[in-house]
Design a protein around this ligand. Structure first.
Ligand code: FMN
Ligand code: SF4
Length: 443
């Protein structure tokens, strides 16, 4: 299957980043249509589309929108956009913000109207300066044209949209930590349902809040324009994944970049879109961002892009970031670097993650330095079990999955490294890699 450009149809066109260019391709027609609809009818279209959140968990979008109280008794209802995009390998939201900012504004305003929200925030990763600038300019144009602010398009609906730049913390992408950060608190997660109310009841500043990913909101204008039933025809070959999904493809490929595909596309086709493997044969793939389980080349041939389908090869769609690794990759070193990331990003609030990520890193480090001990694999696996499902937020799970999967899928690489004190991948290319000690010194 080839690329299916829906969100990305005009992303190559600089005019699309201006209001005139966006409106020239039908931009804001969906908002006009939505403003003339019953609020519930909008939510019903989103339901019919089968849209699921593109931030990682794949939660049905309509359930969140529908969960906001129908009568507005709180002073504010909020629409939050998660543009933190911290998962290593993922860079799709950055491109959407830079090249299709009006799509996001339109999608968030539609969500705002459907949920009686009056304020929206886009929480952008601090390093994404170009993305923030592109969105700033688009928001300014939208205000000047009466598409944001008071009495939008004469409908009586008021909606303000603000940008908030984060400081580049991965944990601030976790929705409750994002809200803490936005409220001026430390970027740490909060207690969740069923131990606390859902964000739709008490989210930002304890008021009803919808939080979705950039890509999720960008789908809304298409759903409103063409209908939920039309959108649901995309990906109909899968069990329960509808529409398109943008994948950030990186690693050993000839043409890294973002590719938009219809759900149901074979993972192998995504690799071909990225120009195929570079520098040797394919060895492995991390299909959905650094936290999802690694799979073998044989599983790449079987994998179909879909939330349930990817589970058949024991992995996930995740945030949509496929890293393809060639035969010269040392899986142990690769996982060591992944473990380093999660240990550094752990916020320290809960013991399993604060201690567990550090212990995993210490063990991984002694292995890659040639000092691995018999029993280290069992020890690592045991720590992953103490993290997975036992941490306060999803970062603990995200830290455990890559290590557990690598031990399951490539045990011989760990065994060899521990026994011989060096990687079993001894090729000219891998010998040219920076020595482990130097990499540690750079941390
Ligand atoms: C540690 C951690 C980091 C996360 N980072 C992001 C992120 O950068 N962007 C994002 O959209 N979701 C991220 N999520 C998922 C969010 O918590 C949330 O589920 C998502 O923003 C909901 O939007 P969606 O339903 O449209 O996917 C992260 C989750 C965890 C546990
Ligand atoms: S799992 Fe615990 S320590 Fe890790 S980021 Fe979440 S709250 Fe913080």
């Amino acid at each position: 299957m080839a690329e299916y450009k829906l969100l990305f149809e005009h992303s190559h066109d600089p005019n699309f980043r201006t209001l005139a260019g966006y409106q020239g391709t039908g931009g804001f027609e969906a908002l006009k249509k939505a403003l003339g609809m019953e609020r519930q009818a909008i939510i019903d279209e989103i339901k019919a589309s089968g849209l699921r959140g593109r931030g990682g968990a794949g939660f049905p979008t309509w359930i969140k929108w529908n969960g906001i109280p129908k009568e507005k008794t709180a002073p504010h209802h909020y629409i939050l956009c998660n543009a933190d995009e911290g998962e290593p390998g993922t860079f799709k939201d950055k491109q959407l913000l830079e090249t299709t900012p009006f799509l996001l504004i339109e999608g968030m305003t539609i969500a705002g109207f459907a949920t009686k929200a009056d304020v929206g925030y886009v929480y952008i990763r601090g390093e994404f300066i170009d993305a923030a600038k592109a969105l700033r300019s688009a928001i300014d144009e939208a205000y000047a044209a009466g598409l944001l602010g008071k009495n939008i398009l004469g409908s009586g609906f008021d909606f303000d949209l603000h940008i908030h730049l984060g400081a580049g913390s991965y944990e601030c992408g976790e929705e409750s930590a994002l809200m803490s950060s936005l409220m001026g608190e430390r970027g740490m997660p909060r207690l969740k349902f069923p131990h606390a109310p859902l964000p739709t009841i008490a989210g930002l500043f304890d008021f009803p809040t919808v939080i979705n990913n950039v890509e999720t909101y960008c789908c809304a204008p298409f759903i409103l324009n063409k209908g939920g039933n039309w959108y649901a025809t995309l990906g109909a070959s899968t069990k329960n994944s509808r529409g398109t999904k943008i994948f950030s493809v990186s690693g050993h490929v000839n043409k890294p970049g973002n590719f938009e595909v219809e759900f149901g596309t074979p993972l192998r086709d995504l690799l071909e879109m990225a120009g195929g493997v570079k520098g040797g044969k394919l060895k492995a793939c991390v299909p959905g961002g650094s936290s999802v389980p690694i799979i073998t080349a044989a599983d790449v041939d079987k994998a179909i892009i879909g939330y349930e389908e990817m589970a058949e090869v024991k992995s996930m769609v995740g945030s949509g970031a496929s890293m393809f690794l060639n035969e010269h990759t040392c899986i142990v070193s690769f996982i060591w670097r992944t473990a380093m990331f999660y240990a550094m990003e752990s916020c320290g609030k809960c013991t399993p993650c604060r201690e567990g990520t550090k212990w995993m890193l210490q063990i991984m480090e002694r292995i890659v330095q040639g000092n691995g001990q018999k029993g280290d694999m069992d020890l690592l696996l045991d720590i992953t079990k103490q993290l997975d499902g036992r941490s306060f937020c999803g970062l603990g799970d995200a830290a455990a999955w890559p290590v557990a999967a690598a031990l399951r899928v490539f045990p011989e690489e760990f065994e060899y490294y521990i026994e011989h004190g060096k990687s079993m991948v001894q090729t000219a290319e891998s010998k040219n890699l920076m020595p482990v000690e130097h990499q540690l010194a750079l941390r």
